[in-house]
Write a protein that binds this ligand. Structure first.
Ligand code: NAD
Length: 492
C-alpha cells in the first residue's frame, strides 16, 4: 500500500524532514486463517446449529479474511450449558491451581504475541505499533495480574471466602478485541467463574485464536466458551436464564437496552459504555508535552477509544500557541497501512463506523465549527479518515456532545478553572478526563471536581491492570481492573 504523508497546506517548515522507508510487518505472521469458523464450546471447535454466516474483512484492504458463524439461541444455550457444567469443578479448585492456568495463558500470549498482534491489526485496522506495544503487553499483564489474585481472594477486602457467581456472559466491542477479552476473562476465571464470551461481529478472529490458547494451556473444557455473531447473539447471551453475571462493554444505547432486559432478574451487571472526555489544558501547561498528550488522547487507535480525549478544553490565553503546535504535530502523523511499523493512524474499523464519523464531521461543519486536517494521501481501498480537528466549537454542537469514536477532535476554550470544570462536566458521559498544568494543587483541585471515572494528569490513555477503570453517568457502572475488578465477579 504505497502512501506518503505529505502535508500540503501547512508551512514547509512544519513538514516532516524525513520520509520514512516502508517497514512492513509480514501478514503471514498472523498464522493460518481458516476460511470459515464455528464456535468454541466445551473445549471443542464446533459448527453452529444455524446456517447463517458473517464475514470479517480487513478494513485496510476490504478483503474478506474469513467467514464465521452467526450464533443462534441454540448455540448460546449449548455454550452456557458447557460453562455451567464446568463451573462446579472450576470453582472448587484451590485459587493457587486456577492461578496456574492463568499464568500459563499469560505466558502463551507473550510467546504468541507477534502472531496475535498481526492478526489483531489485520482484523481491526489498528497499527501494528499499537497492537505490538500496547494491546498485547496489556493482555498478558491482565492475565498475570489476576493470576496473582486467584489465591488471595480472602484478602481482597470482601470478607472471608468470597464466592464466584456462576456463568459469566460477556459481550465486547471491536476497538480493543483481545484486550477487552482479557479485561473480562482474566478476573472472571481468577474468581472461579466460567465464561461465555461473544466478540464483536467485525473482529472475531483474535477471540477464536484465544480459544486455541485455552486448549494449549490445558484449561478444563467448558471454562471458556466463545460464541460469535452480531447483536442478536449478544442479546441471546445476556438474556439466558442460566447466566449469573453479565459484563458488557459497548455503546450506551445497547448498554441501556441490556440494563432494561436484566431489570428484575437476579443477574449481576457491569456496563462499560461510551465517553466524551475533556482534555483540559491550563495556561501554565508545558505545551509540547500537552500536544503529545492531546495527539495520544484522540488519535491513538484512530480515536476508537471509549476514554478518548475527544473534547480539548484549552485556556483562551494559550489557544493560538497550542493550536499552532498541535497542527504542526498532526501534519507529521503517518496515516495508512496498519502493518507498516511506522504507521501512527490505521484504518477505520468498518464502513459503518466510517459513515458515522463522516456524518458527525459534516454536522460539525454544518453547525458552524471550523474544520482542519493535514493534507495526507489516503490509500485507495479500505476505510480511512484523516486526523481532524474542529475549532470554534460550542457546547451545543453535536460534535461537542456526541461520541464520534473516530480521529476527530473538538476544541473548546475557557477562561477560568471553574469554567473548565463546568464545561468538562457538561456531558451525559463521565468516563475519563485529562488535566495539563504545572501546578500540583491545580491538578488536585480540578480532579476533585471532575465527574469522570479516570482522571489523568499530564498524561493520557495510560492503562494498567492494577488500576480500576469505569464510568459515571451514561458511561456505565461497575469497575474493571485492579482489586475493584474482582468485585464484579464475586458474591460479596
Ligand atoms: P455496540 O454496543 O454496538 O456493540 C458492542 C457489542 O455488543 C458487540 O459485540 C455487539 O455485537 C453487541 N450487541 C449489539 N447489540 C446487542 C444487544 N442488543 N444485546 C447484547 N449485545 C449486543 O458498540 P460498538 O460499536 O461495538 O463499540 C463502540 C462502543 O463501545 C463505543 O460507544 C465505545 O465508547 C464503547 N466502548 C466502551 C468501553 C469502556 O470500557 N467503557 C471500551 C470500549 C468501547
Amino acid at each position: 500500500m504505497a502512501k506518503k504523508n505529505v502535508a500540503k497546506d501547512v508551512p514547509a517548515a512544519a513538514r516532516p524532514v524525513f520520509e520514512y522507508a516502508p517497514a512492513p510487518e509480514s501478514p503471514a505472521a498472523a498464522g493460518e486463517l481458516a476460511t470459515s469458523y464455528g464456535h468454541f464450546i466445551g473445549g471443542e471447535f464446533v459448527d453452529s446449529s444455524g446456517s447463517e454466516a458473517l464475514k470479517t474483512v480487513n478494513p485496510a484492504t476490504e478483503q474478506v479474511l474469513a467467514e464465521f458463524a452467526q450464533g443462534t439461541e441454540e448455540d448460546v444455550d449449548r455454550a452456557v450449558a458447557a460453562a455451567r457444567a464446568a463451573f462446579a469443578d472450576w470453582s472448587a479448585l484451590p485459587g493457587s491451581e486456577r492461578a496456574k492456568y492463568l499464568f500459563r495463558i499469560a505466558r502463551i500470549v507473550q510467546e504468541r504475541s507477534r502472531e496475535l498482534a498481526v492478526l489483531e491489526s489485520i482484523d481491526n485496522g489498528k497499527p501494528i505499533k499499537e497492537t505490538r506495544d500496547v494491546d498485547l503487553p496489556l493482555v498478558a499483564a491482565h492475565f498475570f495480574y489476576y493470576a496473582g489474585w486467584a489465591d488471595k481472594l480472602d484478602f481482597a477486602g470482601f470478607g472471608p471466602n468470597p464466592k464466584p457467581l456462576g456463568v459469566a456472559g460477556q459481550v465486547i466491542p471491536w476497538n480493543f478485541p483481545l484486550l477487552m477479552l482479557a479485561w473480562k476473562i482474566a478476573p472472571a476465571l481468577a474468581t472461579g467463574n466460567t465464561v461465555v464470551l461473544k466478540p464483536a461481529e467485525t473482529t472475531p478472529l483474535t477471540a477464536l485464536r484465544f480459544a486455541e490458547i485455552c486448549r494449549q494451556a490445558g484449561l478444563p473444557k467448558g471454562v471458556v466458551n466463545i460464541v460469535t455473531g452480531d447483536g442478536r447473539t449478544g442479546a441471546a447471551l445476556t438474556a439466558h436464564p442460566d447466566v449469573s453475571k453479565v459484563a458488557f462493554t459497548g455503546s450506551t444505547a445497547v448498554g441501556r437496552a441490556i440494563a432494561k432486559q436484566l431489570a428484575g432478574s437476579r443477574k449481576k451487571l457491569s456496563l462499560e459504555l461510551g465517553g466524551k472526555a475533556a482534555n483540559i489544558v491550563f495556561d501554565d501547561a508545558p505545551i509540547d508535552q500537552a500536544v503529545e498528550g492531546i495527539v495520544n488522547g484522540i488519535f491513538f487507535n484512530q480515536g476508537h477509544v471509549c476514554c478518548a480525549g475527544s473534547r480539548l478544553l484549552v485556556q483562551e490565553s494559550v489557544q493560538d500557541e497550542l493550536l499552532d503546535a498541535l497542527k504542526r504535530r498532526m501534519a507529521t502523523l503517518r496515516v495508512g497501512d496498519p502493518l507498516d511499523k511506522n504507521t501512527d493512524v490505521g484504518a477505520i474499523n468498518s464502513a459503518a463506523q466510517l459513515a458515522r464519523i463522516t456524518e458527525l464531521a459534516a454536522a460539525g461543519e454544518a453547525e458552524g465549527a471550523e474544520r482542519w486536517a493535514p493534507a495526507c494521501e489516503l490509500p485507495a481501498a479500505g476505510y480511512w479518515f484523516r486526523p481532524t480537528l474542529f475549532t470554534g466549537v460550542s457546547q451545543a454542537h453535536r460534535i461537542a456532545r456526541e461520541e464520534i469514536f473516530g480521529p476527530v477532535l473538538s476544541v473548546l476554550t475557557f477562561r477560568t478553572p471553574a469554567e473548565a470544570v463546568e464545561k468538562a462536566n457538561n456531558t451525559q458521559y463521565g468516563l475519563s478526563a485529562g488535566i495539563w498544568t504545572e501546578k500540583g494543587s491545580r491538578i488536585l483541585w480540578t480532579a476533585d471536581r471532575l465527574r469522570a471515572g479516570v482522571v489523568w494528569a499530564n498524561t493520557f490513555n495510560k492503562f494498567d491492570p492494577t488500576s480500576p477503570f469505569g464510568g459515571y453517568k451514561e458511561s456505565g457502572y461497575g469497575r474493571e481492573g485492579g482489586r475493584h475488578g474482582l468485585e464484579a465477579y464475586l458474591d460479596v
